[in-house]
Design a binder for this molecule. Structure first.
Ligand code: ZN
Length: 93
C-alpha cells in the first residue's frame, strides 16, 4: 500500500520549472499590502506594518510579539530571502 502511494506521488512530481509562471506571479506582487501571518502569535497584518531593522541585512519582526518574520540579504548581484516566521502570505491578484 505504501509503495503504491509512493509510486503515485512520484508520477505527480515535477520540478520547479513547471511552476515558472506561478512563481513569477507570486514574486511580482505589491508586497507591502500582502497579508503575512506570524507563525508565533498568529497575527495577520500587511507587511507594510511590520517592524524593520537594518544592519548587514534586513530583518522584519512581528510588531505584536517581536518574532522574526523575514530576513533579507542583498548584494549588487544577489538577493536572499528567508521567511522563517511567516506562516502564510496572502496576496491580492
Ligand atoms: Zn507575532
Amino acid at each position: 500500500m505504501e509503495a503504491e502511494m509512493e509510486a503515485e506521488m512520484d508520477e505527480r512530481m515535477v520540478d520547479g520549472n513547471a511552476v515558472a509562471g506561478l512563481l513569477q506571479e507570486v514574486f511580482s506582487v505589491e508586497a507591502t499590502t500582502a497579508i503575512g501571518t506570524c507563525d508565533s502569535c498568529g497575527t495577520a497584518q500587511p507587511l507594510g506594518a511590520v517592524h524593520v531593522f537594518q544592519g548587514a541585512g534586513t530583518v522584519l519582526r512581528c510588531p505584536q510579539c517581536d518574532h522574526l518574520l523575514v530576513k533579507i540579504v542583498r548584494t549588487d548581484t544577489r538577493l536572499w530571502i528567508a521567511l522563517p516566521g511567516v506562516r502564510s502570505l496572502q496576496v491580492v491578484l
